[in-house]
Ligand binder design. Structure first.
Ligand SMILES: [Zn+2]
Length: 478
């Protein structure tokens, strides 16, 4: 059955019916197509999580060794020792840590189906050559399927927000497909509209199309936001991604700012920060990615301009020594906004516990007590700091009454966690994605008991396998 054509007819009918009310048909149309493999999301229910170890990540509220979290209509209503809430369903939180979901601030979800082809031990089949070659053959359906698979993993790993750094938007249909995939999984996130793989460096971004996507998708119900991914600027170690001139940066970033959209940029080589600052291009709407080669003066600039830096430790720690070191300690010392990201699941799995562990290990290895780094600070990096980076800390990032209910439950009785002592220590030193029991986004229970409540994973898997095989054939990749 072609569910998409049925949705199209229904939406067009709706669009006609509501035309007089001022609703934009284009927006209705784009957002109502769930796409292949998508079922309706579970309803937002009222419930109380009872007797969990509650880590609110809210400095005023603090933590509860044994506490309750009340959720209604997608919002956190109350957090406390023992809450009375007549009529609300109870979720048993005994033996669980209840905390905000992880917030991922940089993830190229479209690369997920490239997994079976990428090799870490063969440069010709590495992440960049494979994604560049296959990326040129992506149809909107391939993008949809890859993003769905990536987000299925994100939810399984306890992420409730993802910044989808989409640097293969080949047409506006590709953008719609990625946004539909985000909408259909129920995740919160930012869609970062980026260049297509293989786009000439001398060609400016198509801001007519970015504006079209903005009109079609924004504003919405508050779950999705829009931003722009900048192409690389300055000397780059990833030649296949290209690099643009300062004039082109001015043009591209000016286009984003004219639409009021935030900007994100990889710094995968010698730092471009001074040059960007001299050109007066840095501001709080800029996020940089991969803090590996910044100087002290540059970190000062970042703090003063309010620029944030996303750290992707699993991939960064695999880079050669010449690429630099992960500068979390230096950034914290300088007071720069920082956040955590996975970057790609084309070449390793999504695991925020592993990401925190790597950061801790490398920090100890390089810097140690000179810049104190606690387990709690790392959990903050993976939650609240991400919300600050993405400009959504008023909505998510902590279990604060009034914020939207984006939270996870983590089993502490599992064999790799028990017996539990300090919960932050347990998260950073012992936890694994398989301990994530329950995932709630915007009040919808998307995973329970380690299983999806609505997402049809076998179908996601089947579609991803089909796309991976078909892309390999279309790209003539042997
Ligand atoms: Zn990246």
């Amino acid at each position: 059955m072609d569910t998409r054509s049925i949705d199209r007819r229904r939406v067009l009918k709706l669009a006609g019916a509501f035309a007089a009310s001022g609703l934009v048909p284009e927006r209705l149309f784009a957002q109502a197509q769930p796409g292949q493999g998508a079922k309706p999301l579970p309803a937002r229910s009222e419930f109380v999580i009872r007797d969990a170890t509650v880590l609110t990540m809210d400095a005023k509220l603090g933590d509860f060794e044994r506490g309750d979290v009340h959720v209604r209509d997608g919002s956190i209503v109350a957090v406390g020792g023992t809450l009375t809430s007549a009529g609300a369903a109870a979720i048993d939180g005994r033996g669980m840590i209840c905390m905000p979901g992880f917030i991922d601030t940089h993830w190229h979800l479209w690369t997920t189906v490239c997994r079976p082809i990428i090799r870490i031990d063969d440069p010709k089949r590495g992440y960049f050559p494979v994604t560049n070659a296959l990326g040129r053959h992506f149809t909107p359906e391939d993008s949809y399927r890859s993003v769905r698979l990536g987000l299925a993993e994100a939810l399984s790993a306890g992420a409730t927000t993802v910044h989808n750094w989409a640097h293969n938007v080949r047409t506006s249909e590709h953008a719609d497909a990625e946004l539909r995939a985000m909408r259909s999984t129920g995740v919160r996130g930012r869609f970062g509209y980026g260049q297509a793989q293989g786009m000439p460096d001398g060609e400016p971004m198509n801001y007519d199309d970015v504006a079209k996507v903005q009109r079609a998708w924004m504003p919405n119900d508050g779950l999705l936001t829009l931003g722009v991914c900048s192409r690389n600027f300055g000397p780059s170690q990833t030649a296949l991604r290209g690099t643009i001139s300062l004039d082109m940066v001015r043009k591209d970033w000016g286009g984003a700012r004219a639409l009021g959209l935030p900007i994100t940029l990889h710094t995968s080589g010698p730092s471009p920060i001074k040059a960007l600052d001299e050109a007066k291009l840095l501001g709080p709407d800029v996020q940089l990615v991969h803090p590996l080669l910044t100087g002290a003066e540059e970190r000062q600039i970042l703090r003063e301009r309010g620029v944030s830096y996303s750290i992707a430790p699993i991939g960064e720690s695999r880079r050669p020594a010449a690429a630099g070191v992960i500068q979390l300690g230096e950034l914290l010392e300088a007071g720069v906004k920082v956040s955590l990201s996975i970057d790609t699941t084309g070449t390793y799995g999504c695991d925020y516990f592993e990401a925190m562990r790597i950061l801790y290990n490398l920090h100890q290895h390089r810097i140690g007590p000179r810049v104190p780094l606690t387990s709690k600070r790392l959990v903050q990096l993976a939650t609240l700091d991400g919300a600050v980076d993405l400009g959504i800390a008023g909505r998510t990032g902590s279990l604060t009454p009034g914020k939207r209910a984006d939270l996870i439950l983590i089993r502490t009785g599992d064999v790799n966690m028990a017996p539990i002592g300090d919960p932050y220590e347990a998260l950073v030193s012992f936890a694994q994605p398989r301990n994530v029991d329950t995932v709630v986004v915007d009040g919808r229970i998307l995973r329970r008991g380690g299983e999806f409540t609505a997402l049809d994973y076998p179908e996601v898997l089947r579609n991803a396998n089909e796309s991976a095989a078909s892309l390999r054939a279309r790209a003539n990749w042997t």
